[in-house]
Design a protein around this ligand. Structure first.
Ligand code: SF4
Length: 163
């Protein structure tokens, strides 16, 4: 079962949202354009590339592979564990596929802030735990129960959860 970086981030945002998304319930706002299927080939990259599909895992915003750094830009104003989990998964996927990367930088332009996630043994273990947790939720026959989060009111699944 292929897992995407977006799904890994949902693990930390809302497990119910993860289940809905994976099971094809995708209101307009959630319907991103994940590009699938292109196998990464390190030699194909120039010094810095943008919107890089990485197989089934998702799309990296941009990267400087020469320096072992990938970049993700987030529109929101609140850095969260989901963002970190997403890039940690990308680091895991790349290293697992023979592309040596050591760091992910998450940029929050609205906050003028950058968070850094380093590729360490602990990060590798956590990324693998996240994948296992995602799979477990996805394989459940029913979605997890509603949890009331402050951000439910801006969630695309709100009508499904609160009507
Ligand atoms: S509305 Fe709340 S509980 Fe429902 S999927 Fe969205 S975040 Fe999760």
């Amino acid at each position: 079962m292929h897992i995407t970086g977006k799904e890994i981030s949902y693990l930390y945002i809302c497990k119910r949202k993860l289940w809905f998304f994976r099971h094809g319930l995708r209101p307009e706002l959630e319907n991103d354009n994940v590009r699938i299927g292109m196998h990464l080939n390190e030699t194909a990259f120039r010094r810095e590339e943008k919107d890089i599909p990485i197989g089934e895992a998702g799309v990296i915003d941009w990267a400087a592979f020469k320096h072992g750094i990938i970049h993700e830009t987030k529109k929101g104003r609140s850095p969260g564990k989901g963002d970190e989990a997403q890039v940690r998964y990308y680091l895991w996927w790349l290293n697992d596929n023979g592309i040596r990367v050591s760091e992910a930088q998450i940029h929050y332009p609205k906050m003028k802030k950058t968070n850094v996630v380093k590729w360490t043994e602990a990060a590798k273990i956590q990324a693998e735990l996240d994948v296992a947790a995602c799979r477990k939720i996805i394989e459940e026959p029913k979605p997890p129960e509603v949890c009331k989060y402050p951000y439910c009111k801006s969630c695309a699944y709100m009508e499904l959860c609160y009507s």
